[in-house]
Design a protein around this ligand. Structure first.
Ligand code: C5P
Length: 416
């Protein structure tokens, strides 16, 4: 248990970009909607996530986004015409269609969706869409009336039936001045969506309960006791579990992280509140991952007013033990698997093994926090200690590590 400053706990701690796009060959088709202006950032983020990106613009898109800017961020010339002899000589459109493993069209206008649904090949982008075997992914964006129009919805249904993946437009303020459905999601959301399309649905139909972040134990209205957990590991697990098809409930202490969309989030502050939330959501779960750094103690009596200095006298706070949440979970009858975490500064394996016995859990995921390692870092290294043995997860980005951990638990029956 550490006492810490507000800034330590509230430091900005966003999750790392998806790593599943490493080595992917993405053909980014950009059609002529105002959201095209976001595609320079999109192309940059895809490149940063490790993908190779080549851009193809429709005629309309050239009015909204600069080919020079797209070339600058991807390092490759941008194409927009079937009739560009120099570009065709360098790499023909058929070669380009074969090169891609993903055709992402963002934004996809009503017009492009209609032409794709009909199988037209009247420009470079639609010709590529017919000539490629790449996975077709669309981020439609348009005026709300155009989006809801029965013909657009019928085209959408045709494309979905044919296997196209669709990232639905969001609601919000549109370029036309309306507040309506039709906005293209932000580039970071498109990158995350694309990354999770390739993750196997190993947890489909399963319920996961994940605790994350620190707990904050108030001393008085302005001071508290907490610890250095950023919540990144727990949030990465929640996101990976969601991407693998699980129904996820994330119970989180105060963090600076944005919870992943599409999961149930319960925000709490103290260990006692986290305990109550876990009790409330424990029934029927298949797996609990207790990644929260729960404070072992809280002050016996929270002062109603700010404590004042008492001359030269030392201040004595009486601390009482918090309930051990994961031990409670492990003691429940007919429960799903319960996994504890252990952040240790020394004797990692010995402490993890004793925690496994003491808490009665099925496994302990231990990591070293000697000299600050693991805290608030994008990467982590975990040692899994079960009743059957030990398994190492080498140093990796927390998002990748989360997937590896969930893949392991999906395929390995570790339990007491
Ligand atoms: O005993 P220690 O705090 O080191 O154990 C860490 C593990 O126990 C973590 O999984 C943490 O979430 C869980 N824990 C808990 N309730 C507590 C203390 C720890 O669930 N009061």
């Amino acid at each position: 248990m550490d006492s810490t400053t507000y800034n330590d706990v509230m430091e900005n701690t966003n999750l790392e970009p998806a790593t599943q796009l490493q080595g992917k060959r993405i053909l980014l088709g950009i059609s002529g909607g105002i959201a095209a202006y976001k595609t320079v950032d999109l192309a940059r983020k895809l490149t940063q996530a490790g993908a190779q990106v080549r851009c193809v613009l429709t005629e309309g898109a050239t009015h909204f986004v600069s080919a020079t800017a797209l070339q600058a961020v991807t390092g490759v010339a941008v194409r927009h015409s079937l009739w560009d002899e120099a570009a065709e000589a360098a790499m023909s459109h058929i070669e380009l269609a074969r090169w891609a493993d993903t055709l992402l069209i963002a934004p996809a206008t009503a017009d492009v969706m209609a032409r794709l649904a009909l199988g037209m090949a009247n420009d470079l982008l639609t010709t590529l869409a017919l000539a490629t075997q790449a996975k077709l992914c669309l981020a439609p964006a348009m005026n709300g009336m155009m989006w809801r129009h029965p013909v657009t919805q019928a085209n959408l249904a045709v494309l979905q039936q044919r296997g196209a993946k669709i990232l639905m437009p969001e609601s919000g303020s549109l370029a036309c001045g309306d507040t309506d459905t039709g906005r293209m999601p932000e580039p970071v959301s498109i990158v995350d969506w694309l990354a999770q399309l390739d993750i196997p649905s190993l947890w489909q139909g399963k319920k996961l309960l994940i605790t994350a972040g620190p707990t904050v134990e108030d001393i008085d209205p302005v001071r508290f006791i907490a610890n250095r957990s950023s919540g990144k590991m727990g949030y990465a697990l929640a996101q990976a579990a969601r991407d693998m098809g699980a129904e996820v409930c994330l119970i989180s202490g105060p963090t600076q992280l944005k919870p992943p969309a599409g999961i149930k989030v319960v925000q709490v502050r103290s260990a006692q509140q986290m305990f109550e939330a876990v009790q409330c959501h424990f029934n029927g779960i298949d797996l609990m991952l207790a990644a929260a750094a729960v404070a072992d103690y809280r002050v016996e009596q929270v002062a109603e007013q700010k404590l004042k200095k008492q001359g030269e006298q030392a201040l004595t706070l009486t601390l009482v033990q918090n309930p051990d949440i994961v031990a409670w979970a492990a003691s429940q009858p007919n429960r799903g698997r319960v996994i504890a975490f252990a952040a240790e500064t020394e004797n990692l394996l010995a402490h993890a093994q004793s925690k496994l016995q003491r808490k009665g859990v099925d496994a302990v995921l231990a990591n070293s926090v000697a000299e600050g390692a693991g805290f608030d870092q994008p990467q982590n290294q975990l040692t899994l200690v079960t009743h059957q043995g030990v398994h190492e997860f080498p140093l990796a980005d927390k998002s990748l590590l989360a997937q590896q951990v969930l893949t392991y638990f999906a395929s390995t029956e570790c339990s007491i």
